[in-house]
Structures are given as structure tokens and as C-alpha cells.
Design a protein around this ligand. Structure first.
Ligand code: ADP
Length: 229
């Protein structure tokens, strides 16, 4: 199957079973949201997809290649998945350009290609004029746009969002949500988005996975889940 497949995933921290055998698919180009209250296992699932946590049992595959399994663990940097975090995690004392170029330089991409890709990514997030600014000179919303540019610049197979808007005020949150969905659609990047905010999930998702206590309680399109009885 093309895209992401999570099958019977179980993740434990010592005695705590954070994820109790969940299964779902994310088809290419789709945005799937993991929704649910604090502690239900959303972030653990996302970190496991990223390769930052190991699966205790079950599997995670992409385009039929197993990335996480009982005896298989492809490291995060070999998955071609990029993540956008709640706190911006941009380097404050590096320019916007250098922040976005960082991962390409690590991969020894050539200078001209790097410049081209970084400028394209900054254009996509509306920060073309800001490449020489420093992290410390940016607003919270601008910093989060840099984080999005950094995540898309290397053309990842999958974008992973971990509550990327929860540090922003309400109006900025709505604006950035609209921008992020537009970018995800325009680029056709497959995405998994974690939030505890039902309205956010409803307004942006192709599919919602509603979690509770480490299991999936319901799953479907926003209209499937929230149509009036
Ligand atoms: P959510 O993202 O939905 O808030 P998490 O995936 O962060 O939920 O947490 C799921 C469960 O796993 C919670 O009971 C949490 O306390 C526990 N947990 C998460 N991370 C760790 C950890 N590093 N060590 C121990 N327990 C953890």
C-alpha cells in the first residue's frame, strides 16, 4: 500500500502502556489528525512514526517498507520524515536562511541547489524578505513559519506536526492553520498532525483519528465523525 501504514502499534514506557495496539493508514497527499485529550498517546504515536521511539510490537511502514517493527528500527534521519514542534526549535543566533539551509548542508547538498531550495521554501511560507534576519528578531508566528520552511525544504515523504500552534495566540493560530493546510495541499505532502483541539482537527483534516487511553475510539472524515444524529 502507498503511504503510511501503522499496524497494531504498541509502545510502552516501563510499566506504562502509552499506545495499545492501534492501526491506521495515511494515503498519499492526505492530512490525518490524531485528536484526543492529554495523555491519550498522540505524541508517542507521532514520535514512533518519526523513529524517535521504538515500537514494542506491531509495525510502521511507508510504501510497504517496514520502518518500525519488533526487530526493525530505521533511525529518524533515514526515514525522510520531517517534524514541526510546538516550540519553534529554530536556532536563535543563526539567520533565517541558515536555519532553513541546515539540513541540506548536513546532507552536503551543493551550494546553488541549497540556495534555490531555501529561497523556494521561504517563498512558500511568505518569508522571502526575511532570510537575513536572526531567530531572535522574529515574532512567534514568523518563527513557526521558519520551522515549516525547514521541514519542507528537503521535500520529505511525510510531515509530522506536534501541536505546532499551541504556543500562539488565537488569531495567529487560525491564520497559521490556514497557511499550513494551504502549503500541505499545494505541495501534496502527506501529513500527520497532532492536536487536542477539536475545532482545529475538524477544520483542517482529511481524516481524524480520535484517541483515548492509548486506543482509537473513532476514525473517519470530520463530517463522518461530527454529523448531527
Ligand atoms: P498525548 O500526546 O496524547 O498527550 P503522550 O503520548 O504524551 O500523550 O503520553 C501517553 C502516555 O504515556 C501518558 O500516560 C504519559 O504519561 C506516558 N508517557 C509519555 N512519555 C513518557 C515517557 N518518556 N516516560 C514515561 N511515560 C511517558
Amino acid at each position: 500500500m502507498e503511504g503510511l501504514a501503522v499496524e497494531n502499534l504498541v509502545v510502552k514506557y516501563g510499566n506504562v502502556t502509552a499506545v495499545r495496539g492501534i492501526s491506521f493508514d495515511v494515503k498519499p497527499g492526505m492530512l490525518t489528525t490524531l485528536l484526543g485529550p492529554s495523555g491519550c498517546g498522540k505524541t508517542t504515536t507521532l514520535r514512533c512514526i518519526a523513529g524517535l521511539e521504538k515500537a514494542d510490537s506491531g509495525s510502521i511502514s511507508y510504501d510497504d517498507t517496514v520502518l518500525s517493527g519488533e526487530r526493525q528500527h530505521v533511525p529518524p534521519n533515514k526515514r525522510q520524515f520531517n517534524m514541526v514542534f510546538q516550540s519553534y526549535a529554530i536556532w536563535p543566533h543563526m539567520s533565517v536562511f541558515d536555519n532553513v539551509a541546515y539540513s541540506l548542508r548536513i546532507r552536503k547538498e551543493n551550494k546553488e541547489t541549497t540556495k534555490e531550495k531555501v529561497r523556494k521554501a521561504l517563498g512558500t511560507v511568505g518569508l522571502a524578505q526575511f532570510e537575513d534576519r536572526y531567530g531572535t528578531e522574529l515574532s512567534g508566528g514568523q518563527q513557526q513559519r521558519v520551522a515549516v520552511a525547514r521541514a519542507i525544504v528537503s521535500s520529505p515523504k511525510l510531515l509530522l506536526f506536534d501541536e505546532p500552534l499551541s504556543n500562539l495566540d488565537a488569531s495567529l493560530r487560525e491564520q497559521l492553520r490556514i497557511e499550513m493546510v494551504a502549503i500541505q495541499r499545494e505541495l501534496g505532502i502527506t501529513a500527520v498532525y497532532v492536536t487536542h483541539d477539536q475545532l482545529e482537527a475538524m477544520s483542517m483534516s482529511d481524516e481524524i483519528i480520535l484517541m483515548r487511553d492509548g486506543v482509537i475510539e473513532q476514525q473517519g472524515s470530520p463530517s463522518d465523525l461530527y454529523k448531527s444524529p
